[in-house]
Design a binder for this molecule. Structure first.
Ligand SMILES: Cc1cc2nc3c(=O)[nH]c(=O)nc-3n(C[C@H](O)[C@H](O)[C@H](O)COP(=O)(O)OP(=O)(O)OC[C@H]3O[C@@H](n4cnc5c(N)ncnc54)[C@H](O)[C@@H]3O)c2cc1C
Length: 635
């Protein structure tokens, strides 16, 4: 493999990276025969990052924001594009080493941008999904769509909740925009696509380390973004830092956590260090320190533009914002300076013209800080659309984007919801592997044979490595499976323990109920005993009272009997006196008869009185017997 680029008298400018900065530089220089422009990029297209989130949320098709370099520069005689990856820079010898070989330069421009910053957290790097490139956003779209499908079919409610719990880490423009787009998807798309899925389970958490969203924008913009997202049902967590992720749980530094299987990591970027460029040439954020002409300080003929360049100025002591406009303006100024230099003119130092910044949250909802104005709502949203539409390259792309947006605006639909996994044929996989093994350093002609041998050995080793890797993958999968099983067992154990706890609690409850019943019964018995004792006492008192009454009655009866006996004695005395009188008047029959009958009457009276007295005594003793019997029955 080689670059196959002709050697010509024109100065060769090698541009590494066809992003905003690199592309603008190429556009400025192309068609100027003083230079031969060679662009290398690992992708064969330029991408438009501001709309990447719309790929991830199925709003736009990839071709709307990706532009093939070869198409853009078709017909340019002094322009060459090569798809490869930069491996190292050799500044003394003025050449670069790439995945397809080496290439010499007169001027080298590094415009490699940045990569996602995980702040050294390996776990989150493996588990979360970044969204910095088109391929990453396609990966994210596939992951989201697969997640919805899985959530719809899983039989476990816990898994469904985890799948539908999305955690977005980073409250900058990207985090805010993806949160808003997902909230709109939840409202308008999911209920149509998944009528049998409870879409209210779809939760969106936006975790932001700082005290406000969109920290690079005005306070007005931050407050409006927070208001819009909250209205749209996004859970915004400010001053919250993601610390760890284990067993499907996102753990924040303050101990709070969310169960989730979908983490989107958009909380920062960092430059990439390049082999051959000493550490001393880098500033904070791994950015190459450049002067006002974008030349890397301390290195001859090496320049840097865009996100990877750190140009400290009076107004921007920490470097320019890592935004499209800074990259575009730097690329343009550097290109013009190359031409000025070639034409013997004075070089122009870079001056950044801040055109403002904006972010969209959803339909009719955006924020914009432009020309000293802080716009929000529909005006900002309309402006945002206009600016982005103008910035998209190519008329066809502008039209297709406009059509997609208009369609989505009218129908609330997002039409790019196909799940397409890329499958590479074996030949491509092998070729990619071979490329990844080759061209890692300078190879002299004398060393070619040795290199070939080494490469073959490396390839053989790589096969062995592949086998080892397969084994390792198997082991890792087995480990994961075992871990999952262990988790399941632990979950079952937990459920069992919970059930046991519940049963114990029930038993305890029953025992308590029983004991309170026993206590109640005991209290009842006691009160019954007490009542019995009271009744006994009462009965005794009654009996006593009854006894006294009977005694009185008996006494009275005896008194009556005595009185009657007295009366009868008196009557007997009278009768005997009468008899005496009768005896005295025996002669008189009449008198005798009268006396006789009187005597009979008196005797009869006496007998009656005696009989009555007897009856009264009997009655009194009968009453006493009855009363004694009653007392005995109560006891
Ligand atoms: C999701 C997202 C949204 C954004 N939204 C906005 C916005 O709304 N407004 C705004 O102003 N800015 C936005 N930005 C920031 C803006 O995209 C960047 O500031 C801008 O792209 C920087 O341009 P650049 O040329 O420095 O780098 P990039 O545009 O990142 O381009 C770098 C290029 O280098 C290539 N490359 C990298 N390493 C190598 C290598 N080793 N070998 C070969 N090629 C390599 C890459 O493939 C890429 O093409 C956003 C960024 C992202 C990620």
């Amino acid at each position: 493999m080689s670059f196959r680029i002709p050697d010509v008298p024109a100065k060769r400018i090698v541009v590494v990276g066809g992003g905003f900065g690199g592309l603008q530089l190429c556009t400025t220089l192309v068609k100027n025969p003083e230079f031969q422009v060679v662009l290398i990029d690992k992708n064969n297209f330029h991408q438009f990052p501001p709309l990447i989130y719309q790929i991830a949320t199925a709003g736009l098709q990839v071709s709307s924001i990706a532009f093939p370099f070869r198409k853009m520069f078709a017909g340019s005689k002094n322009f060459f594009y090569r798809m490869c990856e930069l491996r190292s820079v050799h500044t003394k010898e003025r050449y670069i080493q790439t995945s397809i070989g080496k290439l010499s330069y007169d001027y080298l421009v590094i415009a490699t941008g940045t990569t996602t910053n995980y702040f050294g957290n390996q776990k989150l790097q493996e588990e979360s999904m970044p969204m910095k490139t088109i391929s990453e956003s396609l990966g994210l779209r596939n992951a989201l769509l697969t997640t919805f499908e899985r959530a719809n079919t899983t039989s476990s409610p816990e898994e469904r909740a985890e799948l539908l719990n999305v955690v977005i880490v980073g409250g900058g423009p990207t985090g805010v925009e993806i949160a808003g787009a997902l909230a709109e998807m939840r409202q308008h798309v999911l209920p149509q696509d998944y009528p049998d899925l409870d879409t209210s389970l779809f939760k969106i958490h936006l975790v932001q380390g700082g005290s406000r969203l969109l920290p690079a924008m005005s306070e007005t913009a931050s407050a409006a973004a927070l208001k819009y997202l909250t209205q749209m049902g996004v859970d915004v967590q400010l001053k919250a830092y993601v610390h760890d992720y284990k067993q499907h749980e996102v753990i924040l530094r303050d101990g709070r956590s969310f169960k989730s299987q979908t983490i989107i990591w958009v909380c920062g970027v960092t430059g990439r260090r390049i082999n051959g460029i000493d550490d001393k040439f880098y500033g904070p954020g791994n950015r190459l320190i450049v002067d006002r002409f974008n030349k890397v300080e301390g290195l001859d003929n090496v320049f840097a533009v865009g996100d990877c360049a750190l140009m400290k100025t009076h107004v921007y002591p920490k470097g320019h914002p890592q935004m499209a406009q800074a990259a575009i303006q730097q690329g343009k100024n550097l290109g013009q300076n190359f031409l000025r230099k070639e034409h013997g003119q004075i070089l122009k130092p870079f001056e950044y013209r801040d055109l403002g910044s904006m972010a969209t949250i959803g339909r009719n909802k955006a924020v914009a800080d432009i020309a000293g104005m802080n716009l929000t709502g529909f005006v900002a949203w309309f402006l945002w659309m206009g600016v982005h539409l103008m910035s998209i390259l190519g008329v066809k792309n502008k039209i297709s984007t406009l059509v997609d947006w208009a369609w989505s605006y009218i129908t609330y639909d997002k039409s790019n919801r196909t799940l397409i996994a890329v499958k590479h044929p074996k030949v491509i996989l092998e070729r990619n592997y071979e490329i990844s093994m080759r061209h890692w350093g300078e190879l002299s002609l004398e060393q070619a044979a040795e290199a070939e041998r080494l490469t073959d050995t490396a390839l053989k080793k790589s096969n062995d490595d592949a086998a080892l890797k397969a084994q390792a993958d198997l082991a890792r999968n087995a480990l994961k499976k075992a871990e999952r099983l262990l988790n399941e067992i632990a979950a079952e154990d937990l459920a069992r323990a919970q059930e046991q706890q519940k049963a114990q609690a029930q038993e305890q409850e029953q025992a308590q109920a029983l004991s309170s019943k026993v206590q109640e019964a005991m209290a009842n018995a006691k009160s019954q005993e007490q009542a019995q004792a009271n009744a006994q006492a009462q009965a005794q008192a009654q009996a006593q009272a009854d006894g006294q009454a009977q005694a009185l009655e008996q006494e009275k009866a005896q008194e009556d009997a005595q009185a009657q006996a007295q009366e009868s004695a008196q009557a007997q005395a009278i009768a005997s006196r009468v008899q005496e009188t009768l005896a005295k008047a025996q002669a008189n029959d009449q008198a005798a008869k009268v006396a006789k009958s009187a005597t009979q009457v008196i005797v009869a009276n006496n007998e009656v009185a005696a009989a009555e007295a007897k009856t009264n005594v009997k009655k009194a003793s009968l009453k006493q017997v009855k009363s004694s019997k009653r007392t005995a029955t109560k006891k």
